[in-house]
Design a protein around this ligand. Structure first.
Ligand SMILES: CC(C)(COP(=O)(O)OP(=O)(O)OC[C@H]1O[C@@H](n2cnc3c(N)ncnc32)[C@H](O)[C@@H]1OP(=O)(O)O)[C@@H](O)C(=O)NCCC(=O)NCCS
Length: 427
């Protein structure tokens, strides 16, 4: 390990300390060689005072037991019909996996406890089919989980639920993890499976906003494997209910958990809650970040050169876009009150986050801000992204006369010969 890795992690420590991450681990990961490494990564999270709840699956264990006993199972995932023999196998498999997790965490001095925190009721009869011992999560015993977390104990939640009469039900672990994350207002819900995330045409989709995840599910959800679809559906639900980030990572990949959490780009797929919440006014401490962000674009003459003092002087005009509290994009909005217009300036999206709609979101944000300030139109000057403004941003080509008179002289003096782009703001 390099010292710089540690420095990188340090940058995240203040942000994640005392926050809660819910880890949903598929059973295929629990039986894989990399499982011990994953437990080590979990102990790293604990050592950084990140609270962790582990929810785990059981399907691989159920199948393995059924093979050994040469018997049939009615359902593996806790979503179909669970007959009595399958429930028996599920309980045995869940106990075994919970024990394996306890064993591994004990090895790294992490205190953990298996819980009965899922309160369930029967899934019931649907379309004439009795789901027997399959359960639906009714609620999560958050008081109990909070007591454990307050004592630094990692709660382990098996994929079974209990009702008030002591009956046991098989529940789906993705659903259970989502309910736990929502009820405890977790900062992150992380699905750890044998998939890298959601891939399109062989390329991994690194991030989805909630709206994009909704569109993806609607348009292409049927092309996903059942287990990935389940994670996307439950992840989306969690984001809509206030969990800020949902991640999908491959638990067979060494260091995937740490790589996803402690890097800007991540290694899997992430769904993030409401992108407008990600835009905020720039603060003094963002100046250095903005300067670093735009340095290459200034060198490539995409953006006008600005000194640190320039940015500081105009700080009130700057907005930044954050992902996981990292500034990944910025925009400036300069008001010309007398002319009832504003200039959109210094729009920049870091290369690692391009093509995810962030530029578009910042343009829309600037438009609504300008409108709220009484502007009738917005203009932008661009040397290299003029097609973007026209094709994606709703701007059309303008002329020098469209600029406020002060701005006309500054435009001519700059000699940059930028294209002038104008967008009318509807009433
Ligand atoms: C231009 C820029 C802001 C776009 O940001 P972004 O977040 O990647 O853009 P979005 O995700 O909203 O849109 C992506 C789409 O725009 C297209 N696009 C990106 N840059 C483009 C350009 N210069 N010309 C034409 N289209 C462009 C992409 O191909 C993509 O098209 P698709 O939706 O058909 O796949 C970003 O590339 C950037 O920071 N460029 C350098 C700085 C700059 O020129 N700023 C403008 C001066 S004020």
């Amino acid at each position: 390990m390099k010292a710089t890795d540690l420095r990188g992690i340090l940058g995240y420590m203040a942000r994640f300390r005392d926050r809660l991450f819910v880890l949903s681990i598929d059973s295929a990961v629990l039986v894989a060689d990399n499982f011990r490494n994953l437990l080590l990564d979990i102990s790293v999270l604990r050592s950084l005072n990140i609270n962790v709840v582990i929810v785990h699956g059981a399907s691989c264990g159920i199948q393995r037991l059924a093979d050994q006993l040469n018997c049939a199972v009615s359902d593996l995932e806790g979503m179909g019909i669970t007959d009595s023999p399958t429930l028996e196998l599920a309980v045995t498999a869940a106990n075994r996996f919970a024990h394996d997790i306890l064993e591994g965490l004990t090895e790294t001095d992490v205190r953990a406890a298996v819980t009965n925190a899922i309160v369930a009721h029967p899934a019931g009869i649907r379309k004439g089919k009795d789901y027997a011992h399959t359960g639906k999560v009714e609620r999560v015993d958050t008081d109990f989980l909070k007591i454990l977390l307050a004592e630094g104990i990692v709660p382990i939640i098996p994929p079974v639920g209990f009702d008030g009469n002591g009956q046991t039900f098989r529940v789906n672990s993705d659903q259970a993890a989502r309910e736990v994350a929502e009820s405890l207002k977790a900062a992150k819900l992380i699905f750890i499976s044998t998939h890298n995330g959601i891939a399109e045409g062989g390329t991994l989709s690194a991030q989805f906003s909630v709206a994009e995840a909704e569109n993806y599910l609607r348009d292409r959800g049927t092309q996903l494997t059942a287990d990935l679809r389940s994670k996307l559906e439950h992840g989306l639900h969690a984001c809509q209910k206030g969990v800020q980030r949902v991640h999908m990572i491959n638990g067979l990949q060494d260091e995937a958990l740490l790589g996803e959490i402690f890097s800007n780009e991540g290694v899997g797929t992430m769904i993030y809650a409401n992108e407008y919440q990600s835009i905020r006014p720039a603060r003094k401490r963002d100046v250095g970040v903005i300067m670093a962000l735009i340095r290459d674009a200034v060198a490539a003459e995409e953006l006008v050169p600005r000194s640190r003092q320039d940015v500081l002087d105009q700080l009130a005009n700057f907005y930044v876009f954050e992902i996981d509290r990292n500034v990944v994009a910025c925009v400036g909005l300069r008001l010309f009150a007398a002319e009832e217009c504003a200039e959109l300036q210094c729009l920049f999206v870091s290369q690692a986050h391009e093509n995810q709609g962030i530029g578009g979101a910042l343009i829309e944000f600037s438009c609504s801000k300008a409108k709220a300030l009484g502007c009738k139109w917005l203009f932008a000057l661009s040397t290299q992204a003029f097609n973007y403004f026209q094709q994606k941003g709703g701007f059309s080509v303008g002329s020098l006369e469209d600029l406020p008179s002060d701005r006309q002289s500054a435009y001519e003096a700059s000699g940059r010969k930028s294209r002038i782009l104008v967008r009318k703001l509807s009433a």
